[in-house]
Design a protein around this ligand. Structure first.
Ligand code: GUN
Length: 283
């Protein structure tokens, strides 16, 4: 079997066009959806992600503010900036790029963002809403992965979904979204004994571990839908996922490439959440 390649770039364009219609409808009413993205420090990967987020907003005609703070910014200064943005009527969504430097308590930061502007869906109130099946803001990466499955025509209901990685940003919310869509869900971690036993049973396999090419073709069920959330830079400078694409593509039914799979969708869903926040504020 040769897997169908899930083209994240093309699907992202399609989904962005859908949200542009909604953003334009708000503009007619005099409301321009606005996103503030804060980055603290100089992490090169984070800088690229943040620049791409701001660029995507501009492409859809959204207002965006790119706030760059030095690595030694005091926690109190960051919290004061968030409070200011919470009260700024031009801003409908606030995102603080993670990770933040070690002297800053990330949970304090996430708690400080107004739940109504929490386009990452990381505030405890929004996490609770996701757990209880009343999702308000879907965390962008798992939201994007769900859209890729939906747009590719992958059936979720009744299927066994296995997630490798249990981060708050991807693994845990992904598990909850798949559960809400009536999948049977297994979450594995780096400590799982006989990981391949679980991955080989997956109809839908989502991998988010940050370990380059750790899932190989022999660990995949023939015909499975494989969503690779990893993005790793190899010593030769090339990017690769957490799945060994070359061996996996001969076994899987569907697979996302890296780059060009989940990445463009994460940014698209951030734009979607910002437009949604502005729509709710306009009611
Ligand atoms: N760092 C890696 N992924 C994300 C994300 O989705 N949101 C934020 N705020 N930081 C991240």
């Amino acid at each position: 079997m040769t897997a169908r390649i899930i083209d994240g770039k093309a699907i992202a364009q399609e989904v962005r066009a859908e949200w542009k219609v909604r953003a334009d409808a708000l503009k007619v009413r005099g409301i321009t959806p606005g996103l503030a993205v804060i980055i603290v420090g100089e992490d090169p990967a984070s800088k690229v992600y943040v620049a791409n987020k701001v660029k995507a907003c501009a492409e859809l005609g959204l207002h965006s503010e790119h706030i760059v703070l030095p690595a030694d910014t005091a926690e109190s200064v960051l919290l004061a900036k968030i409070t200011e943005l919470n009260h700024d009527p031009k801003i409908h969504g606030i995102l603080v790029q993670l990770p933040v430097p070690r002297h800053i308590d990330s949970s304090k930061v996430l708690n400080a963002i107004s739940p109504d502007k929490d386009v990452d869906g990381f505030h405890p109130e929004n996490v609770g809403a996701l757990v209880t099946g009343n999702m308000r803001f879907a965390p962008c990466t798992p939201f994007g992965a769900m859209k890729l499955l939906e747009k590719s025509g992958v059936t979720i209901e009744g299927k066994h979904a296995v997630i490798v990685g249990r981060s708050n940003i991807v693994g845990k919310p992904m598990a909850l979204m798949l559960l809400q869509a009536n999948a049977t869900v297994t979450v594995c971690t780096s400590k799982t004994v006989d990981l391949a036993k679980f991955t080989r049973d997956a109809d839908i396999l989502v991998v988010a571990t940050g370990r380059p090419k750790m899932i190989t073709g022999d660990m995949i069920k023939p015909g499975a839908a494989v969503i690779d959330v990893g993005i790793n830079r190899l010593p030769d400078g090339k990017l690769c996922g957490d799945v060994d694409f070359d061996s996996a593509k001969g076994v899987a039914g569907w697979i996302t490439p890296v780059p060009g799979g989940v990445g463009p969708m994460t940014i698209t869903m951030l734009v979607a959440n910002t437009v949604q926040a502005a729509e709710r504020g306009a009611k």
